[in-house]
Design a protein. Structure first.
Length: 220
């Protein structure tokens, strides 16, 4: 009888999440509170719970409960100007792509921009398609910044997931990464907003096979 009730509860929870996936921001917020959410603090139906990709120590996890706020002034461009040192736009993009894959920039172990943003766009939210400056949830929630430009977004990632210091505002490296980030926007197609641990995230070993994640692969 207990097993029957549990099965019924799981089925109901799955239906709830499926409906939430198509219910806009409110639906997603409701889904986030559901224990079947792969990033829920007390996820009761994640078959990969023992190696939960949403663990607090995962540098690719945007929803770890342990994450605190940072000083927004550390990543705000203010009056700082980027210095391309006379490098051409195409050369900056080439340099930026190399830095995108450079793990030496991080203090979080073997981590680069591409560790989280696999195939350029892994873990990118729908807002990435908007011209900069635009609102980025992580910048707003963690640094108190309503909008960020491309350089500020690079600095945000340097400080939070990469756990390093911001790049020098006058460095060609920051100019290159900023140029590269802007250059890949045109090829972006928004990922599934229901699943913060989307299948393209290399930190999630369970994405494609998790039967308790009804949002996996959902269209929007």
């Amino acid at each position: 009888m207990l097993e029957s009730r549990r099965s019924g509860w799981l089925a109901a929870a799955s239906l709830f999440l499926l409906s939430a996936c198509s219910g806009g921001e409110q639906g997603r917020q409701e889904a986030a509170a559901n224990p079947c959410n792969p990033c829920a603090a007390k996820n009761v139906c994640n078959p990969c719970a023992a190696k939960n990709p949403c663990a607090a120590t995962n540098p690719c996890n945007p929803c770890a409960a342990a994450m605190g706020k940072i000083d927004g002034s550390k990543i705000s461009q203010g009056h700082n100007e980027l210095n391309s040192a006379g490098v051409s736009e195409s050369a900056l993009i080439t340099m930026g792509e190399k830095l995108w894959n450079d793990k030496s920039l991080s203090k979080a172990g073997a981590t680069s921009c591409s560790t989280c943003h696999t195939n350029k766009y892994g873990m990118m939210n729908a807002s990435f398609a908007e011209p900069y400056p635009h609102t980025v949830a992580m910048a707003k929630e963690r640094a108190g910044l309503e909008k960020v430009n491309a350089a500020e977004m690079v600095q945000l990632c340097m400080v939070i997931p990469m756990q390093a210091q911001p790049l020098d505002w006058n460095s060609v490296e920051l100019a290159a990464l900023s140029e590269y980030v802007t250059s890949i926007q045109s090829g972006f197609q928004a990922m599934n907003p229901c699943n913060p641990c989307a299948g393209q995230n290399p930190c999630n070993p369970c994405a494609g096979t998790n039967p308790c994640n009804p949002c996996n692969g959902a269209s929007h």
